[in-house]
Structure formats: structure tokens, C-alpha cells
Design a protein around this ligand. Sequence first.
Ligand SMILES: [Zn+2]
Ligand SMILES: [Zn+2]
Length: 359
Amino acid sequence: MAPQVIDHKGGVWSIAVPIPDNPLGHTLVHLLETDRGPVLIDTGWDDPDSWDALTAGITACGFDPADVHGVVITHHHPDHHGLSATMRETSGAWVAMHAADTALVRRSRAAEPGRWLDYVLGTLTAAGAPEDHLEPLRAARAAGRGRKPPGRRAALPDRAIEPGALLDLAGRRVRAIWTPGHTPGHVCLHLEETHPAQQSAPTAARPTGFGRLFSGDHLLPGITPHIGLYEDPDEVAPDLLDRGDPLGDYLDSLERIARLAPAEVLPAHQHAFPDAAGRVRELLAHHEERLTDLRRLLREPLTAWQLATSMQWNRPWEQIPAGSRTIAVSEAEAHLRHLVKRGHVEPVAGSAPVRYVAI
Ligand SMILES: [Zn+2]
Ligand SMILES: [Zn+2]
């Protein structure tokens, strides 16, 4: 199949790298031409077909995969960081990531098999998950199965992305914008160069705003990223109010992107789009609406599991498979955490599994 490559002009391309068996379809890996060779923003899923699509795409952009100088990773998820190790082996490229996501890569590389399942079982039990949901997980744990990491172990990055700093890219101006929420170390990358269409297009068709934003999973045109809890099970603060608030971080990071006002957003899924601030407004409104709905549901005390079963999803709860239910509960917990932080909801004293109620 011919590589799916878009020339975004001004030394920027996107390469569609397929994600096997996933409704998202593909990751858009961006290639940035620098004076020391091409630099990739994300690499794609670790799979032979995906690797073929990536290398064919780099070639179609007019470069040799062996010349890739560096890899900048927006966040540690396998559809973004999966092929980084293979890329590094092929070209000697450096791999850069924010320290908070590098910590997650290090943690998962070091984890014994089964530790992840222990964590999932612990959090689901505390969330009030019913026996029929826990039983298959316990059986898997007893059979010695742990989380199977996709493909090889994720590459340990060799450079840190510093929030607010310009990346060391010869001949290009790219600033790292820390946007925690979807993951603790998610970064967007602001290409601080005049948009090519602002030089060439007729005046009326010229985009407004400054530069282009590689937004990873933080800002997508038609979907909202998953926001769950990702704290290290060994480092969970005893007091609820001392724990992290990924949804709050995400909403704050959205506002930061709106203030940046880039002329165009180049996300890691779906397609490029112009109005970052407009999309941020939509997402903030969507989340406010959802939080209001949850406060209504929480007039009666509910566990995180009960809340998840009552929330609006893209299909009825009965049709959501077990693995996705686990993710949905994590999303419900992130919302509960945020409502507790805002002082809108509180845990019911002495309840186990803990139930939450609107104040
Ligand atoms: Zn992601
Ligand atoms: Zn993604």
C-alpha cells in the first residue's frame, strides 16, 4: 500500500502509521526537517506493518530512515512511543520525553509480571466492582498472567523534554508546552515559525494565530482523550486531597493551549485543524456539562463503579466489554477526584467500598 503522507509545507510532514486492531486507525507521526536531518514527533505502534508504514513514509517525504536524527515523544503510550526503540537502533537517533512519562516507562520496565494486575484488582475492589468483573482478573492473576506489554519493552528515553524550553533542533524553533492530564508528562510542541499559508495564501484565506502546534493526544478534532488515574500504587498519598487530579490538570492544560493561539493544530490522530481556541471551548463546555451531570447523579451516595455504570458512554453499559469497563471506572474516578478537589463531592465517612456524595 502506498504510504499515507501529507506535506504540511515548511518542512513538516505527517505519516499515518496504522495501529493494529484499533478503532482509532492510525497515529499521525510528524516529520520535521532540521539542519541535522529529519526529526520525528512520535513513532507509532510496535508492529512490523506499522514499522513498514513508518519507513515507507519517511522515504516518501524524501529522507532515509537511517538519517533520522532524533525522536520527540508527546507521551509514553504505545501508539506514540512503540517504535522508538527500533528507530533508535536503525539510525542512532536520540529519544526525548518529559521526565514524568519517562518515570512511567521506567516503572513498567521494572515491574514484575502480575504487579499491574494486582494494582488493577486493588483499585477495582476499592471502587466497588462486582464479583463477576473481578473473578476473571483474579483467575488470570492466579494463572500467573500479568499485563503483556505490546511488543518489546518500551525504549528508555535518553533526553528529557524541559517544559517551556526550546528543543535543541538545528535550524528550527520548537518549544515544549507541558500539558499534563492524559498522562502526567504529556507535552505539546509549538513550532514557533510563521505558518507557510500566511506567506503564500491570498490574504482572506490566511490563517490567524502564530505557528503550529503538535498536540499529541491532548487536543484532537473529534474525540476527547481518556483521562484516568495513573498514580504509582507504591506512592499513593493517604489523604485524598494530597493525591493528583489528572482531570483538573487536563482542563488547565487546555486553557494553556487556547492562550497559545496557534494558527493550526497537528494532532496525533484524525486530522489537522485550524481553531485551537474554539476546540478548547467545546471541550471545556463538554467537561463542565459532564461534571454537572455527575453531581446530579451523586445526590445519592455512589461508589466509583456505580457512578461509571450511570455515566454517559458511547454505548450502553451492558454493551461495554470488561476491559473497557475497567478504563471507564478509572475515568469515573478521575471525575470523582476532581469533584472532591473542587469541594463539590465528598467521600461518605466509614463507607467501604468508599461511596461519594454531592455536598
Ligand atoms: Zn495517549
Ligand atoms: Zn494516541
